[in-house]
Design a protein around this ligand. Sequence first.
Ligand code: SAH
Ligand code: SF4
Ligand code: F3S
Length: 452
Amino acid sequence: MKKVFVKSYGCQMNVYDAERMTDMLAAEGYSETKAMEEADLVILNTCHIREKAAEKVYSELGRVRELKQEREAQGHETKIVVAGCVAQAEGKEILRRQSAVDVVVGPQNYHHLPDLLKRAKSERPVDTEFPIEDKFDHLPRLEKSRIQTRGVTAFLTIQEGCDKFCTFCVVPYTRGAEVSRPVAKILDEAMRLADAGVRELTLIGQNVNAYHGEGPDGQTWSLGRLLRRLAEVPAIARLRYTTSHPRDMDDELILAHGDLPALMPYLHLPVQSGSDRILDAMNRKHTGDEYRRLIERIRKVQPNLALSSDFIVGFPGETDADFEDTMRLVADVGFASSFSFKYSPRPGTPAAESDAQLPEEVKSERLARLQNLLETQRQAFNHGTVGQTLDVLLEKPGRHPGQMAGKSPYLQPVQFETDAHRIGEIVTVRIVRAGSNSLFGELIGPGDKAAA
Ligand code: SAH
Ligand code: SF4
Ligand code: F3S
């Protein structure tokens, strides 16, 4: 049997896509390996979001090329595929920069992989045209045995692409226009996942709350409505969604946070900056105060809401005062966890053309200050859960014998001792201590017995 090794960079969408690629290649006779050295097929599923992410691909390709040569000397052939957002953005350029690459395939075209691999016997195909057909219709159905190897939590793509065109961002170019999958297909996938033991679904999309899919009633469903329906799927105990845009938090979605116990009280809602001037230059189409008011509205229906966000520092033209606005917004809102980045100019995006680029030292200094504050908030949030009783979904054995590890509603890893519970159960745990990355607790309540 031939072996495939897939390495994914970037966001959850790439994780999901990588799983679909391995599922599809399984049907073509490839088994998945975690060891690149023994792979007949190496797929790098790449990310183009920041320069560092994109450049990493070329250094990795250098290593893969050496491997290919070593294997060739031993009489084994290795095919190298570059997939994902760098493939989409750079296309043929990748073949030019790295002669060992056999196939380049964009994120909307990977259902063509079996055919592309055949063509790769005599040419070096590049497939980055946005196809008219829906790739999901051409991917194999999820197999129970394959789902089970991936655990009790799963990603489910419900929407792809982005029409927002934030001026710093490559995603609208690499992933194309917003497309929502029909409700029936999402439900079918959700049931299959549930049937194989999945308890927690994270609905994903580049702009997931812009979801507007065709419902079984012929109407257009919003994310709020879809969540309501998914909450009825037996065995699915937890729902999450990511990544959302503040502009698309409509009333139906906000209300769902109050009404649906399965919808976890943890929301990733990137704000990027706290300065109205910078938000405007970023084309985010909301102000800092609008973001604050939005959070207040969601907290009104879900007082336990914990937040996470993405931030960019050093956007072109960002002054000290703009940066202080960001620090103030962070202090006002309070985040349980966050991702923060130095602005990275990306080819083809409007902000990259600006004359007001900031020096690296300024970006580094601001990033350090922001990350310091965000880390203090993260630790404070984790310490704040000590003494609380939280539901924990058991995901795997713990670090030590007799321990289990799972996640709190706020996605915090929790370790505790038990000998009677199984992966997939949800138990009640009192948190007794917060470490730097995990919480430690003691079991106080039984499982819900719905384990896989
Ligand atoms: N769709 C999501 C974000 C996807 S990209 C949203 O709208 O929030 C993930 C994060 O990468 C962004 O939220 C942003 O903080 C960061 N990012 C995107 N482009 C960037 C760039 N050019 N430089 C630095 N960070 C960037
Ligand atoms: Fe990028 Fe903005 Fe679209 Fe998010 S909303 S993917 S940051 S363009
Ligand atoms: Fe990266 Fe593409 Fe995701 S650029 S963040 S892999 S959508």
